[in-house]
Design a binder for this molecule. Structure first.
Ligand code: DGJ
Length: 739
């Protein structure tokens, strides 16, 4: 709900309030964000004051320092020395601004950022506040949008900057969100790592100065996810405060928290100003990407659940993809580039009867690609490997009860490709310099419409001419040589964003043209795991690290923001190809079960016992899937802190639950462990399998479940006892059936 009274705006969700007002003189002041409160006047709360070494401004007839006023869209040059949200050079070439609020409107439903991924599905209950600001220096107009989602406790913000002046204006900075807190007792929580080690949880205290998470890679990246949270020092999964900010964008970003000398904290979220500028001709507008934020006073898990719900209900493809998703077998770790029609047909026949839904042919099927040095850009089948085209393989899939999926990496080009030979200038490059190669490939300049058109043409032909149900869309390097030979010198700073707009346009056209195809995002594993990509593709290959024990941390960290239903995980062969570790088959299955599921191995190498396990795992997964799609996810035991990792899915009505606990390092003479469940109905009784006991919800949540880890299998090598898993099913029993 949005209420406007006495120049004050109250944005209210089920558990939170966000309050701001317009000061006499027109400055838009931030007043409060936190647990739900009444619609009191909060003017008393902020003490307008004067500070040494900060110039005075007048808020009406009250003298105050701009430097100490909490703001909604701060600017530079008139006494606020903290980082600004906006910097726009007008005709004077100066970067100073003074913004005053010039109006507002409240709109039923959502006002969406055009041509950008955003929350757009099922938005009838949403309400939007639009506040207009005008810059007295340049004449630029700014529209701030706040889309309020009551049930999810999420607010989405974006800004539109309009050049209402008579001459060109160049944006140097255009944040999507700024928010000031009059406190600094926070830790900055980020999801950080690198290739094969994505989204590990990192917490560090804020101190005076700037703490930031950012990317200049042309992709959100493996290293720092476009998300950060401000959390209390004592915040845990179930207790304490957490403010979460997630950017709906897949390219360069910057999220910073700046603590000033008076212990106030400014958070800024937006396009990375280091790699961004944008020239606006008179009358033109620039729209920033959307950022989602939420507040929880019930710990990190409640913050995560708000993001999960907003994503599953409102975010593009995630909201529109209903029902069960296919169990996949992917060729990559099984055969890599060693592809031939005969070999793959054998591979497919070996999957018969296991319950797998789709065979996905990974890298190496096109052009003449025998390794990673050629053919990206040539999206037609290699007839030497597949004399019948893809038809033979697809038929073989159908004969063996599976559909067919395919891998592509549309944004890239190899120097050894027809596409590069015909259009050497289509790659991102800087004239006079050899473009930098990474994984022996170059990036196509998707800021150019003809490049997007060519890729759409090639890929839509591939999808129209073949019965393809699933596309894995990879992106295996980051951008260098930034800029475009086709942009004017004064517009080079637009390239990083224009690249993303081109990539999104290609994704939009393809996903709209082939609505029945399931698209999976991927970027060397999880290098572009963000809400921007999830808008187009409802699931993302979480990491190239398929080792089950490494995946505990990766999946646990990823769930901080993204719902398990957005992650994919496969059981792969052991010794694992990334770590050399051997983990029992059933543990590998248990770890992957919390995500959309599959296998990354040659079924021909499975023992009979393992084949039976595959069938059972797929059966288990079909029971978990409804919880994955609509249930609540709880993190119970933190793999970053102890030997045990545990998580739980609970159906929204509390009637069913699935719990998975994994021991990630054996200890001698081990301690007993009880995991306390969450989200159950306290007074209802649950049958707990395989323990065969019936217990009340409150007993399970407070006394907990003993983790009696089953004895590992006998036939899987000597190190097997190092890792173990236990899975539990809970189902509410009817009154009278408690015994
Ligand atoms: C990186 C992906 O994450 C892998 O799963 C695989 O598809 C390779 N690329 C293929 O080159």
């Amino acid at each position: 709900m949005i209420v406007a009274k006495n120049q004050t705006f109250y944005l209210e969700t089920e558990h939170t309030s966000y309050v701001m007002d317009i000061l006499p003189g027109g400055m838009l002041r931030h007043l409060y964000y936190g647990s739900r409160i009444g619609e009191d006047s909060l003017a008393y709360h902020h003490l307008l004051q004067e500070r040494s070494m900060s110039p005075l401004m007048m808020a009406g007839d009250i003298p105050a320092s701009a430097d100490t006023i909490p703001q909604e869209y701060p600017v530079f040059g008139r006494g606020d020395y903290r980082s600004p949200a906006l910097m726009a050079e007008g005709e004077q070439g100066r970067r100073i601004h003074e913004l005053t609020a010039s109006g507002f409107r409240i709109v039923e439903g959502a006002v969406l950022p055009e041509n950008l991924p955003c929350l757009d599905a099922d938005m009838d209950d949403a309400a939007t506040l639009e506040i207009s600001l005008k810059d007295r220096v340049t004449g630029v107009e700014i529209l701030l949008y706040y889309v309020v989602l009551e049930k999810e406790d999420v607010i989405a913000r974006h800004a539109v900057i309009r050049n209402a002046t008579g001459g060109p204006v160049t944006l140097r900075r255009a944040a999507s969100l700024a928010m000031d807190f009059e406190r600094a007792d926070f830790e900055f929580l980020t999801l950080s790592g690198t290739w094969a080690r994505e989204r590990h949880i990192n917490r560090r205290p804020l101190a005076q100065g700037v703490t930031a998470a950012a990317s200049r890679r042309g992709a959100s990246g493996h290293q720092l996810n476009p998300f950060a949270a401000l959390v209390g020092k004592h915040t845990t999964e179930s207790e304490g405060e957490a403010y979460g900010f997630a950017f709906v964008y897949s390219g360069d970003f910057r999220i910073e928290a700046e603590v000033d000398a008076y212990d106030s904290t400014r958070i800024l979220v937006g396009l990375n100003p280091e790699t961004f500028s944008w020239r606006l001709e008179p009358g033109e507008e620039f729209t920033t990407p959307q950022v989602l934020f939420t507040y929880s006073d019930r710990g990190l898990n409640a913050m995560s659940q708000s993001f999960h719900s907003a994503c599953r209900r409102h975010l593009g493809s995630c909201a529109r993809t209903h029902g069960s998703r296919p169990v996949v077998v992917n060729s990559w770790e099984a055969v890599y580039y060693d592809l031939s029609e005969e070999r793959l047909k054998e591979f497919i026949r070996n999957c018969r009867g296991l319950g797998i839904d789709i065979f996905v042919l990974d890298d190496g099927w096109f052009g003449h690609r025998d390794n990673d040095r050629s053919s990206l850009g040539d999206w037609y089948v290699d007839r030497k490997k597949f004399p019948e085209g893809l038809g033979g393989i697809i038929r073989c899939c159908h004969e063996n009860g599976m559909k067919f999926g395919i891998w592509v990496e549309p944004e890239m080009v190899s120097k050894d490709s027809e596409l590069y030979r015909s259009h050497p200038d289509w790659c991102i490059h800087c004239s006079g310099l050899e473009p930098v190669e990474s994984r022996h490939q170059l990036v196509l300049d998707l800021s150019r419409a003809e490049v997007v058109d060519n890729l759409f043409g090639q890929l839509s032909r591939l999808l129209a001419e073949n019965d393809i149900s699933y596309v894995k869309w990879d992106f295996n390097r980051n951008l260098t040589d930034n800029g475009s030979a086709f942009l004017a010198p004064g517009r080079q700073g637009e390239h990083a964003h224009r690249y993303m707009l081109g990539a999104y346009e290609l994704m939009r056209r393809l996903t709209e043209a082939f609505p029945l195809v399931l698209f999976e995002g991927c970027s060397g594993g999880g290098g572009r795991f963000d809400f921007g990509l999830l808008y187009y593709m409802p699931q993302i290959w979480t990491s190239d690290d398929s080792d089950a024990i490494e995946r505990l941390k990766i999946q646990y960290g990823t769930s901080m923001v993204y719902p398990p239903a957005a992650m994919t995980a496969h059981v792969s062969a052991c010794p694992n190809h990334q770590t050399g570790r051997t983990v029992p088959f059933y543990v590998r299955g248990a770890v992957a079960q919390m995500c959309h599921y599959g296998y990354e191995m040659d079924a021909g190498r499975l023992s009979e016992t393992e084949r039976e396990q595959v069938r059972e795992q797929i059966e288990t997964h079909s029971r978990i899937e409804p919880l994955l799609e609509t249930g609540d996810f709880y993190r119970l035991e933190n793999p970053f802190e102890g030997t045990l990792c545990a998580w739980q899915l609970v159906q929204k009505d509390g009637s069913q639950s699935y719990v998975c606990a994994v021991i990630q390092r054996a200890e001698p003479n081990p301690r007993g462990k009880y995991i306390r469940l969450r989200g159950l109905l306290p007074e209802k009784y649950y049958r707990v399998q395989p323990l065969g006991v019936t217990l009340r919800g409150d007993t399970l949540m407070h006394a907990g479940l003993p983790v009696l880890l089953p004895k590992a299998e006998e036939d899987n090598g000597p190190r097997q006892e190092e890792y173990a898993a236990a899975e539990f099913w809970l189902a509410c029993v009817r009154r009278g059936e408690e015994e």
